[in-house]
Design a protein around this ligand. Sequence first.
Ligand code: SAH
Length: 245
Amino acid sequence: MSFRATVLTLYPEMFPGPLGLSLAGTALKNGLWELDTVQIRDFATDKHKSVDDTPAGGGAGMVLRCDILAAALDAVADTRPMLAMTPRGAPLSQARARDLASGAGAIILCGRFEGFDERIFEARPVEPVSIGDYVLSGGELAAMVLLDTCVRLLPGVMGAASSGEEESFETGLLEYPHYTRPVDWEGRTIPEVLRSGDHAKIAAWRHEMALRDTRLRRPDLTLRHGGASQAPPSGAQRDNEGKMK
Ligand code: SAH
């Protein structure tokens, strides 16, 4: 059974969009995952096909109606987790993506305007998911981000060699920096160690660089990694202290 995504949106024509190209697109064509969309407006009940109404309590914008959202969700509900894209959700993580990728897929609700009537989260098992601390104009791009991160983890999507296990966040750290030819570019050379052919030394250097960049750029991750800024946990890193510059 392949990973199946059902996206509930007011803009189904946005899909597959970028998910129809490159890695995710090839996987879609090869049947490694499936994507279908549902037009939320099809579940409107009045003659104007309205899906939203003004916010209770006043204020700007419009709110997606819970009765319409529930009808759309109920029409596609099965055993897959139901997610709603919202900046008020728990931040998407690599761990959550791995977890989703190991399952049957997801039903994903995309918001517009001011977002969803809150009662949808009480009345249906919908998990609010955010892709970061900023506000988009709609949930479609967020759903694509979520799907892209899941799809590349599906068996057979990435080459066997790149299982992604060393990538950023998989180890609680950012990944080490990469280099490729030309060896000399504008007077800058690829670090000597990467050309040494010494795999242990290369692994140690990469770990050191991952720690350095995580400390510099993402001190929040370093803390979560168990205070690596004070006490680097790796024996390999200590063994090579001072030699890896
Ligand atoms: N009024 C809301 C924002 C609405 S933005 C608030 O302040 O929380 C409109 C829609 O875009 C949302 O319903 C959601 O589906 C999507 N969206 C915006 N930012 C997002 C984010 N960071 N993560 C996931 N979805 C987001």
